[in-house]
Design a protein around this ligand. Structure first.
Ligand SMILES: [Zn+2]
Length: 164
């Protein structure tokens, strides 16, 4: 499956609210294949459907390139059903390549959704994976990490771009 092109801020699709997936048909299954290929083609730890221009509630998260974990998780219609703790973390986003920022997030979350086979799953998550779930689920509601910065002057950082 070929990776999709990542939509870059301020593309208006990034500010829209995604629709729940009603039926996991072959079109959705094919799309998930492309979304996973997209994630693997980047240095990121997660991607959400609106980042490739599809307003569907689907995310893919895999933090194992950066820390030990369970590996790839694809969730359809994901919802955070509980969250505990609070910490500030430095975040970036494939759709906002020039910046990183300090964001306040829950330390642990429980996420419920459907796996690619339509089976309901509940995932207890902490560490970087919990942060990635919160970040990707935000994308489904048209929220970017930029929207969660409380103090731009203190918490927004321009990424040092590698010279070409
Ligand atoms: Zn993002």
């Amino acid at each position: 499956m070929r990776p999709f092109e990542i939509k870059i801020y301020p593309d208006p699709v990034l500010k829209q609210v995604s629709e729940p997936v009603a039926d996991i048909d072959s079109g959705v299954t094919d799309f998930i294949g492309g979304l996973v290929a997209t994630l693997k083609s980047t240095p990121g730890v997660g991607v959400a459907a609106p980042q490739v221009g599809r307003l569907l509630r689907i995310i893919a998260v895999d933090v194992t390139p950066k820390e030990p974990g369970r590996g790839l998780v694809v969730l359809i219609n994901p919802v955070i059903i509980s969250s505990t703790g609070s910490k500030k973390v430095r975040e970036g986003c494939l759709s906002v390549p020039e910046y990183t920022a300090n964001i306040q997030r829950a330390e642990e979350v429980v996420v419920r959704g459907l796996d690619p086979n339509g089976k309901e799953v509940e995932i207890d998550s902490k560490g970087l994976e919990a942060i990635a779930f919160q970040h990707e689920i935000d994308h489904l509601d048209g929220i970017l990490f930029l929207d969660r910065i409380t103090n731009m002057k203190r918490d927004l950082f321009r990424r040092k771009m590698k010279s070409l």
